[in-house]
Design a protein around this ligand. Structure first.
Ligand code: THU
Length: 164
């Protein structure tokens, strides 16, 4: 006998940024500004991430590429590692992720890669509140995930190690 278990990711979709509270709009704008500073020499794909800490500080990051391709790092991990290396005691409330091709004017839909979900999940597991995640598509619609866990079903975590 087999059974099927399933997990569903749910995203709330806002027709435009104007529908969001001011502080989330500011977060997305910070992510956009950061994307424009990306070092994306090889892919020409600029990604920006901006996260808000519990005290209101905004920390940004963008993708940093390398001639030795795998040595580069995604925008989300640059931002999360920057935040946690400077403010390890402050919880992360929300993160916005945006992307664009260097030759384009407009931002396009981009969802965090699996490795970045894993890294964000690690920090979410160590704080009380979930981390809200915002993404934007080419039409300017905003996608809100209530947590990182929502984007990482059947996750691997500290608990999986069996030593907690
Ligand atoms: N990239 C990110 O910065 N974040 C992601 O979640 C996916 C991909 C970067 C890595 C690389 O510099 C470029 O986008 C193309 O994959």
């Amino acid at each position: 006998m087999t059974e099927t278990i399933s997990s569903e990711s749910r995203l709330k979709v806002y027709p435009s940024m104007d529908e969001l509270p001011q502080e989330e709009q500011a977060l997305i704008q910070a992510a956009q500004a950061s994307a424009l500073r990306a070092y994306a020499k090889y892919s020409q794909f600029q990604v920006g991430a901006a996260l808000r800490l519990e005290d209101g500080k905004i920390i940004t990051g963008n993708n940093q590429e390398n001639a030795c391709y795998p040595a580069g790092l995604c925008a989300e991990r640059v931002a999360f590692f920057a935040a946690k290396s400077q403010y390890p005691e402050l919880a992360i409330k929300a993160v916005a992720v945006v992307a664009k091709r260097a030759e384009d004017e407009i931002f396009r839909a981009a969802s965090p890669c699996g490795s970045c979900r894993q890294v964000m999940s690690e920090y979410e597991n160590n704080q009380e509140d979930p981390i809200q995640l915002y993404m934007m598509d080419a039409e300017g619609k905003i996608y809100e995930s209530a947590s990182i866990e929502n984007l990482l079903p059947f996750k691997f975590s500290e608990a999986s190690l069996g030593n907690t």
